[in-house]
Write a protein that binds this ligand. Structure first.
Ligand code: CA
Length: 226
């Protein structure tokens, strides 16, 4: 796990780095905001510990730049005082958590573990093929990073096909999964076709083709795409 520490108080930065290295994290330290941003934009990190009051570029600006660049690495903000406005601004700008100085190292470690755990939970909640990503926790669907609005039934069908990626799923098993056995099989399979048609309109990959393939006589299929 790689952690970036952006903190201008060298004693504190080095102390945090030392403790985290003992916990077997790989550590990079930046002593000002500009350097921190540069590091975060060029190297992949699993977590960023970011002080708010920094020379050259303040922590909130660093954070905004990162989020604007699409970098979603969890950020733990360090605030110098118990300033509620800083916290609100930080969380509004995309911070995941904050810690008020001075803090106990044990508290810092606990926050780091919790953020990293949240991050890996979020990753395991994602079903992905090509540029289509479904988050099964938030039920958000993204296509080329754009949020797509699906009806609950459309979502259920897409999620089910993605769970069964690279496998042909029959219209009947989709229908049973989405509607239960409340309908007769003729209506169900027709409903499936209608919803798949709508899904295809909403979800298109880069080259304009849909990700849901029809396998004639058998059902539907979503293939894994890089
Ligand atoms: Ca500072």
């Amino acid at each position: 796990m790689r952690i970036l520490i952006v903190e201008d108080e060298e004693t504190l930065a080095n102390r945090i780095a030392e403790v985290l290295k003992k916990e077997r994290y790989e550590i990079t330290v930046a002593f000002d905001g500009a350097n921190g941003l540069d590091q975060a934009l060029t190297e992949p990190f699993d977590l960023i510990i970011l002080d708010i009051l920094l020379p050259k570029l303040d922590g909130i600006s660093v954070l905004r730049e990162l989020r604007a660049d699409g970098i979603k690495t969890p950020v733990l903000l360090l605030t110098a005082k118990d300033d509620i406005e800083d916290k609100v601004r930080g969380l509004d700008s995309g911070a995941d958590d904050y810690l008020t100085k001075p803090f106990a190292i044990a508290e810092l470690l606990a926050r780091i573990r919790s953020l990293l755990r949240r991050q890996s939970d979020a990753k395991s909640a994602e079903l992905v093929t090509g540029d289509v990503c479904v988050n099964t926790h938030t039920r958000e669907v993204r296509c080329s990073d754009e949020l797509v609005n699906l009806t609950p039934k459309e979502y259920a069908i897409l999620e089910f096909l993605l769970y069964n990626k690279n496998r042909v799923v029959s219209r009947l098993s989709i229908a049973e999964h989405v509607w239960g056995d409340s309908l007769d099989s003729f209506s169900m399979t027709n409903f499936v076709d209608v919803h798949v048609k709508n899904l295809r309109k909403k979800i298109t990959s880069d080259n304009g083709t849909g990700i849901i393939e029809t396998v004639r006589g058998l059902g539907y299929l979503i293939r894994d795409k890089e």
